[in-house]
Design a protein around this ligand. Structure first.
Ligand code: HEC
Length: 104
């Protein structure tokens, strides 16, 4: 029984550590790649932390925002992966999660 509880505890702490790591990653990717435009709202980019600017996008759903982030939005300043093709899809999604979190 004791081992069972210890096992359960380890899994819980692993899961917690995993999501904390993803959050840290998202903030880091944001600062290095996305902040160039999204910090100040360059070229019409929705500014980080601006709830009104993010509300319509958040309404469309996370998947739609992921797609824009990964593929870019044709005809706007939003290029695929914010112009940093070396980012993995997971890194880009983490930065989107970070921005959505800041807009709530
Ligand atoms: C070169 C400037 C630039 C960079 C760098 C940039 N963006 Fe953008 N982004 C824009 C612009 C401009 C828009 C607004 C496009 C429009 O007119 O709809 C936008 C829109 C978006 C949207 C859609 C928001 C909505 O509500 O529709 C998401 C999501 C997004 N960017 C994510 C990112 C992520 C994630 C990164 C970093 C990996 C990033 N952007 C880097 C310029 C940039």
């Amino acid at each position: 029984m004791k081992t069972f509880y210890i096992g359960l505890f380890s899994i819980a702490s692993l899961v917690a550590a995993g999501s904390a790591a993803a959050q840290a990653k998202g903030a880091d990717v944001y600062k290095k790649t996305c902040a160039a435009c999204h910090d100040q709202g360059i070229a019409g980019a929705p500014k980080i932390g601006d709830k009104a600017a993010w509300a319509p996008g958040i309404k469309q759903g996370k998947e739609a925002l992921y797609t824009i982030s990964l593929k870019g939005k044709p005809g706007t300043g939003m290029v695929a992966k914010g112009g940093n093709a070396s980012l993995s899809d997971a890194d880009v999604k983490a930065s989107v999660d970070y921005m959505i979190g800041r807009a709530k």
